[in-house]
Design a protein around this ligand. Structure first.
Ligand code: FEO
Length: 424
């Protein structure tokens, strides 16, 4: 099969709507961490109205020449009244300063959350008097058609918005519903099979923002969509609602549902001490569970070194407890491997705790607690550390830790007593 060469000019998407982006087929890694086996595209669009032209997004700066060439094939710079940046990440804003220099009449429209970033990314002199901040319901008038804005933050930058062209049923969706898949045929009904790239992109870019994804879907599902025009990958003109539905499924809590609370306990044990502490945590959690309601509890030995296999489970869990011995002043590698895999997961507000045995200094527990806090978990209970072989008191403390975690999940935490003499 021969894939057609990159189109030289602008590509029609709908009447008076053109793709003017750029293709980057050789890219193999994006933002350092993301593999891009199929390269990517930087999609930008031009929308013509009776009283002006709007440009929606630009391209990575290295691809400016292709972008301006396509733009010039369908519009004069003096016709451009509006430039919309659906978010400011440099792969879409790279050509923005030059565009604003060439299109002297244009006003830049961005979301309110972009305010702080603009001065960090651009010379304020380039933007002086030329920026307006738009939110949900605001419109940009192009004469016989308007652009409307949907505030959809954290998809995946704080300033992300989507732009809606009601006249054609086109949603310009920024990174949302996009993927790194470069194919010069541009449209989803013409390119190769990109399902893997679509799901991969969701799991690595959107997944940590699940609640924001669901909020955005509430807005988007209400629209009479005919085309989704994302900032990367194929333009979705055939069955766009299927892709919206796929996001809804990917962002759903599917196993237990929000009404069932879940606790996952992970541990590594060198000589069995931390394992027995883990079992005491689980026993404590179960004791509260039967008395006050149900918490689904699972116990996992990380000695096998698996990390990826647990990510789905952790995303669903309401509380996470980690047990590690301290070896050479550190928690052990399988624990760190798992904790470093969690940047793709929405962890905000989950409960976290730590425990473990140690020989000399016992740094593992506070180090894990610190990591959990930085991942935005709540760590309301002090961890349990046991020197060498845990004593009866140590096991009791583990039991209490598990029990209190369960009670907190069930909304029945034990009232705390503060010693006022200790409060200065
Ligand atoms: Fe494709 Fe968030 O930039």
């Amino acid at each position: 099969m021969t894939v057609p060469a990159t189109p030289d000019g602008a590509v029609p998407v709908a009447p008076r709507v053109h793709w003017i982006g750029a293709l980057d087929p050789d890219l193999r890694r994006f933002d350092i961490i993301l593999r891009t086996a199929n390269g990517t595209s930087y999609n930008a669009y031009a929308v013509r109205g009776s009283q002006g032209v709007a440009i929606i997004d630009t391209v990575k700066i290295d691809f400016s020449e292709a972008f301006f060439g396509r733009l010039e094939s369908i519009a004069d710079y003096d016709e451009i009244t509006t430039v919309v940046l659906n978010h400011l990440e440099p792969d879409h804003s790279g050509a923005l300063p030059e565009l604003l220099r060439r299109a002297r009449r244009a006003t830049l429209l961005v979301s309110p959350q972009a305010r702080l970033m603009l001065n960090g990314l651009f010379d304020p002199a380039d933007l002086a008097g030329r920026v307006a901040f738009v939110g949900s319901g605001d419109r940009a008038d192009l004469g016989d058609r308007q652009l409307q804005f949907l505030n959809t933050p954290y998809l995946h930058w704080p300033d992300t918005q989507c732009t809606w062209l009601a006249a054609e049923g086109i949603l310009f969706s920024a990174d949302f519903l996009g993927c790194h898949y470069c194919d010069s045929r541009l449209f989803n009904d013409a390119v190769g099979d990109f399902r893997f790239s679509f799901d991969y992109y969701y799991r690595h870019i959107m997944r940590p923002f699940g609640s924001y994804v669901r909020d955005a879907l509430d807005l988007i599902e209400a629209l009479p969509l005919r085309v989704v025009a994302p900032a990367h990958g194929p333009i979705l003109r055939r069955d766009p609602l299927e892709y919206v539905a796929r996001y809804r499924a990917l962002a759903a809590r599917t196993v237990y549902g929000a009404a069932t609370k879940t606790l996952a306990v992970f541990y590594v044990s060198a000589y069995g001490a931390t394992r027995r502490m883990a079992e005491a945590v689980v026993a404590g959690a179960e004791s509260a569970s039967t008395a006050a309601g149900e918490v689904r509890i699972s116990l996992h030995d990380l000695e096998g070194g698996e990390a990826a296999a647990f990510v789905d489970l952790i995303e669903e869990a309401d509380a996470l407890v980690f047990g590690s011995p301290t070896i050479n002043g550190d928690a052990v590698k399988p624990v760190w491997d798992l904790l470093s895999s969690l940047t793709v997961v929405d962890l905000k507000g989950k409960l976290g705790a730590a425990f473990g045995s140690y020989g000399w200094s016992g740094e593992a527990v506070p180090m894990i607690e610190e990591r959990l806090r930085r991942l935005k978990l709540r760590v309301p209970l002090p961890g349990v550390r046991a020197r060498l072989a845990p004593t009866g008191n140590d096991f009791a403390a583990c039991h209490d830790l598990g029990r209190e975690i369960s009670l907190q999940l069930l909304g029945r935490p034990t009232p705390r007593t503060f010693d006022l003499a200790q409060i200065s």
